[in-house]
Design a protein around this ligand. Structure first.
Ligand SMILES: [Zn+2]
Ligand SMILES: [Zn+2]
Length: 238
């Protein structure tokens, strides 16, 4: 009888937390439960080893900016949105409440950081905020979840409520083109406690960069608050 009850218990737990890969739906190894992705699928994610220009995408030699000097940040994109597993992770995290994907996204960004050999010592993590009303509906800010994992693994401090989204803009994915994106996001961020940003090196964290408008706008606001170097880190660029 006890055995049967245990079996039933196990069945219920398995139903609540389907321990299958979020992509290929194969059963997961125990070690991969927290990531929600199997090893075979994880291996299919191409992880880059270089930082790039946020404007033209050019690879930066020795992590130094050589073009588009006017841009306020350099871009660290761990992978590409062309990869279908990456697309699944982002969509799952944002719209299907697959919050556990934040750990596999952080793991990917972590490997990327090591590969770039960029020295992130003394950098602060600032996640791109979403508007309070959006956070209420979604229940969380997905970038913050990724930031929490990164903060722990890199031993860097994350500052959460300093950069805020003051204007409730429509989703960047609903905008038609580059110009509309830039217009949509304009003047929508502000820095609340400037002293936390002044003279600091910042990792500006987002899940994905499409046109770069969001990162551009946020980095202008951070620079105006006295930020030193800004590296925008994303899982993928489109
Ligand atoms: Zn899989
Ligand atoms: Zn460039």
């Amino acid at each position: 009888m006890k055995k049967i009850i245990n079996e039933i218990k196990k069945l219920i737990i398995d139903c609540l937390f389907p321990n299958i890969c979020g992509f290929c739906e194969e059963n997961l190894e125990k070690n991969d439960y927290e990531f929600g992705l199997c090893q075979a699928c994880f291996q299919k994610i191409e992880i880059f080893d270089f930082l790039s220009c946020g404007k033209c995408g050019a690879r930066l030699p020795n992590n130094k900016k050589t073009c588009h000097q006017e841009l306020k940040y350099i871009l660290g994109s761990a992978s590409t949105f062309k990869n279908e597993i990456i697309q699944k992770l982002i969509k799952g995290l944002k719209y299907q409440r697959a919050q556990h994907f934040s750990s596999i996204i952080a793991k990917t960004i972590n490997i990327f950081i090591k590969k770039t050999k960029f020295n992130f010592e003394n950098y602060l993590i600032v996640p791109i905020p979403i508007h309070k009303s959006k956070e209420k509906i979604r229940g969380f800010n997905q970038t913050e979840l990724i930031g929490e994992y990164l903060s722990e693994s890199l031993g860097l401090k994350m500052i959460k409520d300093c950069l805020v989204k003051s204007k409730n803009t429509k989703s960047q994915t609903e905008t038609e083109n580059h110009e509309e994106r830039a217009k949509n996001i304009k003047n929508s961020f502000l820095v609340k406690e400037i002293e936390k940003i002044t003279n600091q090196n910042i990792i500006l964290l987002d899940d994905v960069s499409t046109s770069g408008s969001t990162l551009m706008e946020a980095s202008i606001v951070l620079k105006n608050a006295g930020a030193k170097n800004i590296v925008a880190l994303v899982l993928a660029r489109a």
